[in-house]
Design a protein around this ligand. Structure first.
Ligand code: NDP
Length: 246
C-alpha cells in the first residue's frame, strides 16, 4: 500500500499548474485532499474530476495572504478529515521586473503571497502537527531560490526566503518528528508567466520557457517526498527540464 493512501493533504494554489497536477497525482494514490486557492470555479471543477476518478477532495476558497483564512482552512481540514498530514505551500506569483521600474504593488504581492502566505500556512498547521508529533510541510521555492538573474531580484528574494524559512523550520521541528521539503522547479509549463506586466520581458520569458516541462513532473517529485517512510525526509529537490541551462 502506498504511504500516501489515506493521508490528508492541504494544497494551496490548487486551481492551476503545479498545485492542480499535484492534487491529481496524490488523489490517484489515495490521499484525501483539501484544495485551496481564490478561483472557486477551478477548485470545484478539479474536485469533481478527482471524485469522478474515485478520489477524495474537498475545497475551500482561500487567499493565502490572509492569516485568518489560512487558519480557517486548517480548521476546515481538521473538521472534515480529523487530521492534517501534509501541507503543500504551493501558491505563488512571479511578476518579474527590474528594480528600477519600481513596480511596488507587484513587489508587495510577491512578498505577501510567496513569503507571508508560506509562513501563514506553516503557522496554521503547526500546532496540530506538534501535538501529534507527526507531519510534513512542503514548500515550493524555485530555481530562482538558488540563482538570481536580471528582473528576478524581488521574486528570487521571496524564493530564497522560502528556502531559509523551510530550513529553519526543519532545525526547529525535526525533534517533533515533522518533515520538511523544499521543492525547487525549473521552467514548468503553467500560467505563472502571465503576470509579467512588462511585455518585452514577458516575450523573452515566454521564449525561454519553450523548454518548460509538464507540471505533472513536479507533482511526481512531491509524491515521492510524501511516500517515503516517516523516518526518511527528502529535504530538498531541484527539478529542471533536462535542456534548461539556468
Ligand atoms: P500558476 O500560476 O499556474 O499557479 C499559481 C497558483 O497560486 C494558482 O493556483 C493561484 O490560484 C495561486 N495563488 C496565487 N495567489 C494566491 C493567493 N493570494 N491566495 C491563494 N492562492 C493564490 O503557477 P505554477 O503552478 O507554476 O506555480 C506554483 C508554484 O510553483 C509557485 O509558488 C511558483 O512560484 C512555483 N514555481 C513555478 C515555476 C514555473 O516555471 N511554473 C518554476 C519555479 C517555481 P488563484 O489565482 O485561483 O488564487
Amino acid at each position: 500500500m502506498s504511504n500516501i493512501q489515506g493521508k490528508v493533504v492541504i494544497i494551496t494554489g490548487a486551481s492551476s499548474g503545479i498545485g492542480e497536477a499535484t492534487a491529481k497525482e496524490l488523489a490517484s494514490k489515495g490521499a484525501k485532499l483539501v484544495l485551496a486557492a481564490r478561483r472557486e470555479d477551478r477548485l470545484k471543477k478539479l474536485q469533481e474530476e478527482i471524485q469522478k476518478n474515485g478520489g477524495q477532495a474537498i475545497y475551500k476558497v482561500t487567499d493565502v495572504t490572509s492569516y485568518e483564512q489560512m487558519e480557517e482552512l486548517a480548521d476546515y481540514a481538521l473538521k472534515e478529515f480529523g487530521k492534517i498530514d501534509v501541507l503543500v505551500n504551493n501558491a505563488g506569483v512571479m511578476p518579474l521586473s527590474p528594480v528600477y521600474q519600481k513596480k511596488i504593488n507587484e513587489w508587495d504581492t510577491m512578498i505577501d503571497v510567496n513569503i507571508k502566505g508560506v509562513l501563514y500556512g506553516i503557522a496554521a498547521v503547526l500546532p496540530s502537527k506538534r501535538e501529534r508529533k507527526e507531519g510534513h510541510i512542503i514548500n515550493v521555492s524555485s530555481i530562482a531560490g538558488h540563482l538570481v538573474f536580471p528582473a528576478s531580484s524581488v521574486y528570487s528574494g521571496t524564493k530564497f526566503a522560502v528556502r531559509a524559512i523551510t530550513e529553519g523550520l526543519r532545525k526547529e521541528e525535526f525533534i517533533n518528528n515533522i518533515r520538511t521539503t523544499i521543492i525547487s522547479p525549473g521552467a514548468v509549463a503553467t500560467e505563472l508567466i502571465e503576470a509579467i506586466s512588462d511585455l518585452e520581458l514577458k516575450a523573452k520569458i515566454v521564449e525561454e520557457s519553450k523548454v518548460a516541462i509538464d507540471p505533472a513532473s513536479i507533482a511526481r517529485a512531491i509524491a515521492f517526498a510524501i511516500e517515503q517512510p516517516s523516518d526518511v525526509a527528502i529535504n530538498e529537490m531541484i527539478i529542471r527540464p533536462t535542456i534548461q541551462e539556468l
